[in-house]
Every structure is written in structure tokens, then in C-alpha cells.
Design a protein around this ligand. Structure first.
Ligand code: DQA
Length: 144
């Protein structure tokens, strides 16, 4: 059976390509998803994408993910630093989760240096731009 991975993008990531390009780069979310789809093809796994600016929508997706997916790659964006609910959802979903960030969150403002979600994940990739996502996808494919 083909393995499927769910890639979740948190708030404001729909603005990639125009948002703080010196920090997040010039690739749009669509281009990142295209790169992930190409990598998924090489890895022979299925991949679906979901972006939301609404915490509850992301929680709902995580809550039902185990019906169709074997792993989650998530860039929780600002919710990384604020959301106990997201941490609980990741802990409760019974799937391996990989946290990814375009920027190196440990090199930035103090409030970004804490990830509430990382401890709910198998691992974290941070600081490599689009490569963070691709490495995260590879890690997820290895884990399942
Ligand atoms: C981010 C880092 C977060 O601190 C920030 O709120 C984001 C993007 C990243 O991918 O580097 O929106 O998750």
C-alpha cells in the first residue's frame, strides 16, 4: 500500500515569496509544494498539502490525519511558540510528526527560541529554507 504524508503549513505561510524575503526567501508556498510533490514522487510516497491561518482548522486536520496518512510534516509557523493545543494535537494523533522551519528559529528573537510543538515531534529541521521541508519529508518517509 502506498504511504501518504500530510504536509501542514501554519499561519501567514500563504504569503511566502512576498513576506520578509530576507528571512524566508523568495519561493512561494506553491513553489515549495511543487518541490515537495517532486520529492515525494522520487520517494514513492503520496503527499497532500494544507495551509491555514486558523488554529482550529489545523487541529481538525491533525485529528483526522491517521485515517489517511502515516506521517505529518508540519511548519507550525507562529503557533510553534504559542500553541499548547497544537502540541496536544500532535501528541494525540498517533503519527510520527516532523517539525520544519524555513529559518533557524534558534538564531532569532528570544520568543522564537522556544518551540512548544517540537517535543511532540520525532525531530525538527530548521534553518535550511525549502530544504528544511524536503529533509523533513525524507525523514517522514524513512520513519513510516
Ligand atoms: C517559521 C518561523 C516562525 O517563528 C514564524 O512565526 C513563521 C515561520 C519558519 O518557517 O521559519 O511564520 O516557522
Amino acid at each position: 500500500m502506498k504511504k501518504n504524508i500530510l504536509v501542514l503549513h501554519g499561519p501567514n505561510l500563504q504569503l511566502l515569496g512576498q513576506r520578509e524575503v530576507d528571512v524566508y526567501g523568495r519561493l512561494t508556498l506553491k513553489e515549495i509544494n511543487q518541490a515537495l510533490a517532486a520529492e515525494a514522487k522520487k520517494l514513492k510516497v503520496g503527499v497532500d498539502f494544507f495551509q491555514s491561518n486558523h488554529e482550529g482548522e489545523i487541529l481538525d486536520r491533525i485529528g483526522t490525519a491517521s485515517k489517511a496518512y502515516q506521517a505529518i510534516v508540519i511548519n507550525p509557523a507562529a503557533y510553534t511558540h504559542t500553541s499548547v493545543a497544537l502540541r496536544d494535537a500532535l501528541l494525540g494523533c498517533s503519527l510520527p510528526c516532523i517539525e520544519v522551519h524555513l529559518s533557524n528559529i534558534y538564531k532569532r528573537e528570544d520568543f522564537r527560541r522556544q518551540s512548544l510543538t517540537a517535543a511532540a515531534c520525532a525531530g525538527i529541521v530548521s534553518g535550511f529554507g525549502v530544504q528544511s521541508y524536503l529533509l523533513g519529508l525524507r525523514a517522514a518517509a524513512e520513519l513510516i
